[in-house]
Design a protein. Structure first.
Length: 385
C-alpha cells in the first residue's frame, strides 16, 4: 500500500486527518475519533522516511534537516489536497496529513449562522476566526473569502502556511502567498501586502507580536483583515491579543482594538446525534457599542459573554451555549454532548429542564428564533483494503 492508496481510503471514509507513524498501520481520524485502516500492514521506518522525502523540494528538505520538522502541501490529482506536518519522534520520521476539500465549502454547507453573511459585507476592520486545532477555522475563512469573491470587486491577498484552499478569480482578484515559498514570514508578507493595493488581507494565523501589530495597523488604515487565533472564545481572544503587548502599550491597544474589531467567530466541532459527522457550535461576537466599551475598559472585559448572549435578538450574536441549545433543540446533537461542550453546564441543564436561573435574561426570545441549521453530510465507513 503506497501513500496515495492510504490517502484514497482515508478520503473515501471522510477522514479529516491521517497519521503515518513507524510501527503502526495508517491511522485515520473520522468525526473526531482515531481508526486504523483495516488489514493495513504496520509501516516500516524506511517507508515513512522515503515517503516524506519524496514529497519535499530542496528548500523543504533543508528546513527539515535544520529544524527537524516542516509543513508543506501535497496534492493527489483527482483526489484532493493535503496540509502535511512532517516531524521526527523517537529517532524516526512521522507525518500527519490534514485533508483539504477541492471544493470550497459554502456557509450553508458548514452550518454557519446567518449573521456570517453580514460579517462578510464588512469593508474594513479586523475579523477573527478562533478555535482549537481542527475546529474548522480554515474552512470558515475559505467560505468567507469565497463569499467576498462572489459578491464584490476587491483585491484579496492571502498569506498562508501552507496554501490550503485554492481560490479562482471571480469578481475579485486573489493572490495566494505561501510562507516559505512566496514569502519568508507572515509579518514580511503582511508588511508587503500594504503596498500591493489590497482591499482584503487574509493572514493564516496571528502568531507573534510583529504579525499582530501589523495586522492591527492594516485594519486601522482602512483594509479588511481576516485571521485566526488558537483561542477558545471571544473573551480569551481579546485578552490574548492585549497580553502579547508590553504593559505600557496595552492601554493603547485596547483603544485601537475597540475601534477596529468587527467580529470574533469562535468554533467547536460537536459530534452529531446520529453519529454521522460533526456540526459546529459557533459563538459570534459583533462590535456593538457595548462590546466596544467592554474591550476598551479592562474592568468590563469580563462582561463580554453577557453582552454577546443578550445581543442575539437585536444583532444576531450568540454564545456557545445558545448555539448548543439551538443544535440540541433541532435534534442535531444529544443532550449529553451539548452539556459536555457547554461553557456553563449548570445553567444549560437548568434551561433544558425549564428551571429559571439568574442568567435566563440572556435567553429571552432566543428559543423563538427559527432554526437555521441545515445540511447533514454523510460519512462512510473505512473500506477494508
Amino acid at each position: 500500500m503506497d501513500l496515495n492508496e492510504i490517502l484514497t481510503i482515508a478520503c473515501k471514509a471522510k477522514g479529516s486527518d491521517i497519521h503515518i507513524k513507524t510501527g503502526l498501520p495508517p491511522i485515520v481520524r473520522i468525526d473526531g475519533r482515531l481508526h486504523p485502516i483495516p488489514n493495513a500492514a504496520r509501516l516500516s521506518p524506511e517507508f515513512v522516511a522515503d515517503t516524506a522525502m519524496s514529497m519535499m523540494n530542496e528548500r523543504q528538505r533543508r528546513v527539515f534537516d535544520e529544524h527537524l520538522e516542516v509543513d508543506l502541501a501535497y496534492a493527489v490529482p483527482g483526489l484532493g489536497r493535503f496540509r502535511v506536518s512532517v516531524y521526527r519522534q523517537r529517532g524516526t520520521v512521522a507525518m500527519v496529513f490534514r485533508t483539504i476539500s477541492i471544493a470550497i465549502p459554502t456557509m450553508a454547507e458548514l452550518n454557519l449562522p446567518p449573521v456570517m453573511a453580514k460579517i462578510c459585507r464588512e469593508e474594513r476592520g479586523l475579523i477573527l476566526v478562533t478555535g482549537t486545532t481542527g475546529s474548522g477555522k480554515s474552512s470558515t475563512l475559505a467560505a468567507m473569502i469565497d463569499t467576498i469573491n462572489n459578491q464584490r470587486t476587491c483585491n484579496i491577498i492571502t498569506i498562508e502556511d501552507p496554501v490550503e484552499f485554492l481560490h479562482r478569480d471571480n469578481k475579485s482578484i486573489i493572490s495566494q502567498r505561501e510562507v516559505g515559498t512566496d514569502t519568508l514570514t507572515f509579518s514580511d508578507a503582511l508588511k508587503g501586502a500594504l503596498r500591493q493595493d489590497p482591499d482584503v488581507i487574509l493572514v493564516g494565523e496571528m502568531r507573534d507580536l510583529e504579525t499582530i501589530e501589523t495586522a492591527l495597523i492594516a485594519a486601522e488604515t482602512g483594509h479588511l483583515v481576516l485571521s485566526t487565533m488558537h483561542t477558545m472564545d471571544a473573551v480569551e481572544t481579546i485578552n490574548r491579543i492585549i497580553s502579547v503587548f508590553p504593559p505600557y502599550h496595552q492601554r493603547q491597544v485596547r483603544i485601537q482594538l475597540a475601534s477596529i474589531l468587527k467580529a470574533v467567530v469562535s468554533q467547536r466541532l460537536v459530534p452529531k446525534a446520529d453519529g454521522r459527522g460533526r456540526v459546529p457550535a459557533v459563538e459570534v461576537m459583533l462590535a456593538t457599542a457595548r462590546v466596544r466599551e467592554c474591550i476598551d475598559d479592562k474592568e468590563k472585559t469580563k462582561q463580554l459573554n453577557e453582552a454577546i448572549s443578550q445581543g442575539f435578538v437585536s444583532y444576531g450574536m450568540q454564545t456557545f451555549d445558545q448555539s448548543l441549545m439551538k443544535l440540541f433543540s433541532g435534534k442535531l446533537i444529544t443532550y449529553e454532548e451539548a452539556l459536555r461542550q457547554s461553557s456553563n453546564p449548570d445553567d444549560f441543564a437548568l434551561k433544558v429542564s425549564g428551571v429559571s436561573s439568574t442568567s435566563d435574561s440572556s435567553w429571552d426570545d432566543f428559543e423563538n428564533k427559527p432554526d437555521d441549521t441545515a445540511g447533514k453530510p454523510d460519512t462512510v465507513e473505512i473500506e477494508k483494503y
